[in-house]
Design a protein around this ligand. Sequence first.
Ligand code: FMN
Length: 304
Amino acid sequence: MVKPNLKVKIGGLELRNPVIVASGTFGSGEEYKDLLDLDKIGAIVTKSITLRPREGNPPPRVIETPSGMLNSIGLQNDGIDAFIKDKITFLNKIKTAVIVSIAAHNIDDYAEIAGKLDKIRRVDAIEINISCPNVKGGLEFAREPGSAAAVVAKVRAVSRKPLITKLSPNVKDITEIAMAAEDAGSDAVSLVNTFAGMAIDISAKRSVLGNVVGGLSGPAIKPIALRMVWETAKKVKIPVIGMGGIMGYEDALEFIIAGAAAVEIGTVNFVNPRAATDIIGGIEKYMRQEKIKNIKELTGCLRT
Ligand SMILES: Cc1cc2nc3c(=O)[nH]c(=O)nc-3n(C[C@H](O)[C@H](O)[C@H](O)COP(=O)(O)O)c2cc1C
């Protein structure tokens, strides 16, 4: 059988395969350069950047939970100008698509960051993170269709790049937010970000995380994330990028069958730094076994 075609399109951006490494779990790519072949990954989403540098939340910021992890990093980053100055040179050396994740506390800041990125050729797309659960006010834009749409529209007005809006699961109805992002000009939606959670040290009677609340990720969230992706894919016409607890190629395939055009993998990168290439290999093997020539045949093929 000929090599299966794994290419997918997200807006105007073509990816060599549907496996993307998720924001905040892969640095800006360079950190992983000796651990796997970056050019084999579908795309890299860089750690969310803000307009100005941020120190993030007080420690402890990461703890393990049964079947997952809680983090409250709080968007620690050096700011957009340092990102452009320090990270683009390395990213220019790799062939993989680069998606830059942006975050902000107000709409003007989102637009200012996106405006700066619009001039950088190496930036293939922007992921608008409106959904960070462990930053004060970080969720405001993801909660209501109106505010989500306002961010997307403002970024759309200053950017020619494909836009992916990253949605929060900590909402009443994620499909409403997805439809609002689509109407406002987003080229795709990605879901989900982490679920707001906490852990308590019973002897100290204190929260384990310095920030009290953090975001839950990993296998524990997979069934809920999968359901949300399935519901959302039925409601929007733009591509849905699914994520939440993907640890192996079988998990990735579940998201694709549920309707995801591509997947992002996060927590697994900390467990197995080569997870992205392992998952790509697994999907390819499955397609050969099932005699599926094109990955698009799988997207949304769920029988109900
Ligand atoms: C340590 C850590 C840091 C993260 N930082 C970001 C971030 O900066 N921006 C963002 O959009 N998502 C961030 N996320 C969320 C992930 O990109 C992903 O949406 C989430 O972890 C669910 O996928 P997973 O279960 O495969 O990890 C972070 C997750 C973790 C575990």
